[in-house]
Design a binder for this molecule. Structure first.
Ligand code: UGA
Length: 457
């Protein structure tokens, strides 16, 4: 099929690449000229495991990247995968969606039926909005000349290719017959894994043909739009729940790791997303919980569970700061090292991370802060220029004359760090591991004062 994907961000670049990989003629359209040039050289616009193998293999063959909307006229399917950042009141800013819809409308062919697909996470009713904007710009009629389908993306950054090629489910929101038919055809090779044996050489993970197949789930557009918010908010609630258990363990005793394990053995609960942290963050959960809450409030049906999870999450960020204060008493004149600035490992995405919140508080309390991240330093620095911190090339430098080192993101590199070399450079060998990730016994044996979250002592 002939596919266009508007937006070369975290979702669009991976989705476009995957559709090209399963055999569709794919064009990614973006306004950022630098990104376009990079991709055309076969380089990934983002740090995402596997993209550096896939792009050179596909670019110029059946994957094209451009700023021109010309390819829209030839396309059977046009994805919208642009950003939907939060506004002040929590609701999603649809500026880029509207712009994409207008551009698509102007470029749309009058000769053929086109399916426009919302991949971005968008509030309920956005499919209708896009349809009316496209009608206005094109003079065509929705559901006669084109249709708009909701097909939310569930990929996680860091595992994006695995999630795209092996999704648990594909949710397709439309009741329009041509839309239904085109979407089934579009996903056929992905569901049936056509050509996966050849592709497996490029996968950044091991492929077993017996891996469970994706469930293809059809519903109406509004339900599909809501499924995405419902899923993300539910996962955020799940993490907040275990993080609160960790706080309770710290006052009652008990080990949150075992609690998560014991809870997760109940198949109704499951083990995933019960890993303690200083709070969930990133460009999805904070944005999507805020949008769901704001919309529910606007319509007089407040989702109090989501509201509680948001409050609990902020409390969790603060809890980390309080723990350091308890240990070091005053932070005035203290030096603190931070390991990890991204919201999770294996990504360079440092938007809306817990690190910026926690570092800001530490600096306010008088600490000087030294930071390191394997991939996210450039983005973190550009988004947090107001934060006066020292950026370290090597993780060990965060410990230089420091009174504490706090691990915020569980990059494997930090587990493999030469902790023996870290010990003598620190002024006070206190390590706070907010992911309960490091080898605590080894660190303690080396002489560190090791603390995790919610671990019995
Ligand atoms: C999330 C969802 O998991 C995806 O399904 C969804 O497609 C995506 O948002 C999106 O809306 O685009 P992502 O934000 O990439 O994916 O990252 P997650 O792996 O879900 O992690 C989110 C946050 O929760 C991170 O800060 C992570 O460190 C934290 N987390 C995750 C925990 O603290 N504990 C856990 O057990 C799991």
């Amino acid at each position: 099929m002939n596919v266009v994907c508007i937006g070369a961000g975290y979702v669009g670049s991976v989705t476009g690449t995957a559709f090209a990989a399963i055999g569709h003629q794919t064009t990614i359209i973006d306004i950022d000229q630098k990104k376009i040039e990079r991709m055309n050289r076969g380089e990934s616009p983002i740090y995402e495991p596997g993209m550096e193998q896939f792009l050179p293999a596909l670019i110029g063959r059946n994957l094209f990247v451009t700023s021109s909307y010309d390819a829209v006229a030839e396309a059977q399917v046009v994805f919208i995968a642009v950003g939907t950042p939060s506004q002040e009141d929590g609701t999603a800013d649809l500026r880029y969606i509207k712009l994409a819809a207008e551009h698509i409308g102007r470029a749309l062919s009058k000769e053929r039926f086109t399916v426009i697909v919302n991949k971005s996470t968008v509030p309920v009713g956005t499919s209708e909005l896009v349809a009316s904007l496209v009608e206005e710009a094109s003079g065509l009629v929705a559901d006669k000349d084109f249709t708009v389908v909701s097909n939310p993306e569930f990929l996680r950054e860091g595992y994006a290719l695995e999630d795209v090629f092996f999704p648990d489910r594909i949710v397709v929101g439309t009741v329009q017959p041509q839309g239904l038919q085109v979407m089934r055809e579009l996903y056929h090779n992905l569901i049936e894994r056509v050509g996966y044996d050849q592709l497996s050489e490029l996968f950044p993970f091991s492929y077993h043909p017996q891996m469970p197949k994706a469930t293809y789930f059809e519903t109406d557009a509004k339900s599909a739009e809501l499924i995405k918010y419902a899923a993300n908010a539910f996962l955020a609630v799940k993490i907040s729940y275990i993080n609160e258990m960790a706080r309770l363990c710290e006052v009652l005793g008990g080990n949150v790791r075992d609690i998560a394990e014991g809870m997760g053995l109940d198949t109704r609960i499951g083990k995933k997303f019960l890993q303690v942290s200083s709070g969930w963050s990133g460009s999805c959960f904070p944005k999507d919980t805020a949008e769901l809450l704001a919309t529910s409030q606007k319509y007089g049906s407040e989702m109090t569970v989501v509201k509680a999870a948001i409050e609990s999450n902020e409390r969790m960020h603060l809890h980390v700061v309080e723990k350091v204060v308890r240990k070091l008493q005053s932070l005035n004149g203290k030096r603190i090292g931070i390991l990890g600035l991204t919201f999770k490992p294996d990504t360079d995405d440092a938007r809306k991370t817990q690190a910026s919140y926690i570092i800001q508080k530490l600096v306010e309390l008088g600490a000087s802060v030294r930071v390191h991240d394997p991939q996210g330093m450039a983005m973190f620095q550009s988004l947090n220029s107001h934060l006066k911190v020292t950026y370290c090339r090597e993780p060990l430098e965060t410990g230089t004359r420091s009174d504490a080192v706090i691990l915020l993101t569980h990059w494997q590199e930090y587990q493999e760090l030469d902790w023996e070399a870290m010990y003598p450079v620190m002024r006070r060998p206190y390590v706070l591991d907010t992911r309960n990730y490091l080898e605590s016994a080894r660190l303690t044996a080396l002489g560190f004062c090791y603390e995790g979250l919610g671990l019995s002592t």
